[in-house]
Design a protein. Structure first.
Length: 224
């Protein structure tokens, strides 16, 4: 499924995202076999995990703006003094932009946060992000003002979430190294124990395992 509807920068608290990502790193390393952990080229594997678990800051390319043909519908309106109702044509505009960066960042509420948000639709296949808004008048100036307001509400916090991304990326190496060392030492201790009681260990641990290619697709968060 390529399309996601997101309320920008407000669905997952940054501290919760960090805890979830730390757990993902831990589970990834723990999912490897003893033979793999003891046989893989350590620095290559650590560097692979560092790159895999980093996030890419968001960039919204305003120059790529595309405005879809508006949809029209009728809405029931109430008179100024609520003494009567009438129907009015409403234009629903959708504006889309190309973006780059990790989609998950659109969900995260950074610790420094401007009090604004907006519903967006993200297409991860085409790397586009869009928002919609209503216009009740055929007025070009009102259209420009409403589009500007929606854009600001949707993306003001890009700077703040990118600061969060930078802080997370700076911490990934330390987290990966601690977790890898913990798991490797557990396996080495187990092998020492087996050797002490004359149980042979798997000779496959003498071989060197290759490191996979970074795919940058593992990140996920859940609302907390």
């Amino acid at each position: 499924m390529y399309n996601s509807t997101i309320k920008t920068f407000s669905e997952v608290e940054s501290f919760s995202a960090i805890e979830q990502w730390k757990e993902q790193i831990k589970k990834k390393i723990e999912s490897e076999t003893k033979e793999y952990i003891l046989g893989v080229e350590e620095e290559d594997y650590i560097n692979f995990l560092i790159e895999d678990f980093k996030v890419t800051p968001l960039v919204i390319y305003e120059e790529s703006e595309q405005i879809d043909q508006p949809k029209t519908k009728k809405e029931t309106m109430t008179g100024r003094f609520r003494d009567y109702e009438y129907e009015q044509d409403v234009y629903i505009f959708t504006v889309r932009y190309t973006f780059s960066g990790s989609i998950v960042l659109f969900k995260i509420r950074p610790s420094t946060w401007a009090w604004t948000s907006y519903d967006i639709s993200v297409n991860e296949h085409s790397n586009t992000v869009s928002f919609s808004f209503k216009l009740y008048d055929q007025d070009a100036e009102k259209f420009k003002a409403e589009k500007s307001r929606a854009f600001s509400a949707a993306f003001t916090n890009v700077v703040n979430v990118n600061n969060f991304a930078k802080e997370w990326n700076n911490s990934v190496e330390g987290i990966v190294r601690v977790e890898f060392k913990r798991v490797k030492e557990r396996f080495l201790k187990e092998n020492d124990f087996f050797a002490a009681i004359n149980i042979s260990t798997n000779k496959n641990t003498d071989s060197i395992f290759s490191v996979p290619t970074v795919k940058k697709s593992r990140y996920s968060t859940t609302k907390t």
